[in-house]
Design a protein. Structure first.
Lengths: 116, 113
């Protein structure tokens, strides 16, 4: 049973380019979450999606960032016109939704974005 | 803003010792708490969770304690092993909120052989 998959694992972009990060949730999971982690810091929530719907985007920067989770295919986190401050590790997590007790989210290995 | 934080940024223990990692939270509306372990270059890995209507929960070699009076959470690791070396995060979910996790800053545990 494959876990959460993310690609690419490492991504280098020049300032002004676009970055596209992909996340395939665990089989049977319809909830996807994106988090960002700066070096030596904890993870910060960005966005929570279910199939074709954005449920909570309170952690998303107002500009340049967007996310989608289409009916078919992986979830995509898109960063337009990247700046050096976007350099971070981006983690995707998935869950089957609230189980009656647990909100456990299963994390992928992350995409390390470096903006030069 | 962040409502979850950790008291100790680093902890070094000897193999076989018990480890205690502490976490303070500020939001009394938090309903669910979870501990994750993150090894270098990897994503967070679930350790154990606890609901706000519980004081204690045990897993394999790990115990989570919740003190709602002082808004304090702790993770106890028994007989710490070198493989336990990692950064540990506590996180919370607010009651009635979305399912987003609010993470603390993290604490690095180093186990010396």
């Amino acid at each position: 049973n494959a876990g959460v998959m993310q690609n690419p694992r490492h991504l280098v972009r020049r300032r002004g380019q676009e970055a596209r990060l992909r996340c395939s949730p665990m089989k049977g999971h319809s909830h996807v979450y994106w988090y960002r982690q700066l070096p030596e810091e904890g993870l910060k929530f960005m966005v929570y999606l279910q199939k074709e719907n954005i449920i909570d985007e309170s952690g998303m920067p107002k500009e340049r960032f967007s996310a989608e989770f289409p009916k078919e295919g992986p979830s995509i986190l898109r960063i337009q016109q990247v700046v050096r401050g976007d350099s971070a590790a981006y983690f995707c997590a998935s869950s089957p939704g609230y189980s009656g007790y647990s909100y456990e989210q299963y994390f992928g290995p992350g995409t390390r974005l470096t903006v030069t | 803003g962040e409502s979850v934080g950790l008291h100790l940024p680093t902890l070094s223990v000897q193999e076989g010792d018990n480890s205690i990692i502490n976490c303070a939270y500020s939001n009394s509306a938090s309903d669910y708490f979870i501990w994750y372990k993150q090894e270098s270059g990897k994503g967070p890995q679930f350790i154990i969770d606890i609901r706000s209507n519980m004081d204690k929960r045990q897993g394999q070699r790990v115990t989570v304690l919740l003190n709602k009076t002082v808004k304090h959470l702790s993770l106890q690791i028994a007989a710490t092993q070198p493989g336990d070396s990692a950064v540990y995060f506590c996180a919370e979910i607010l009651q009635g909120g979305s399912e987003k996790l609010v993470f603390g800053k993290g604490m690095k545990l180093t186990v010396n052989p």
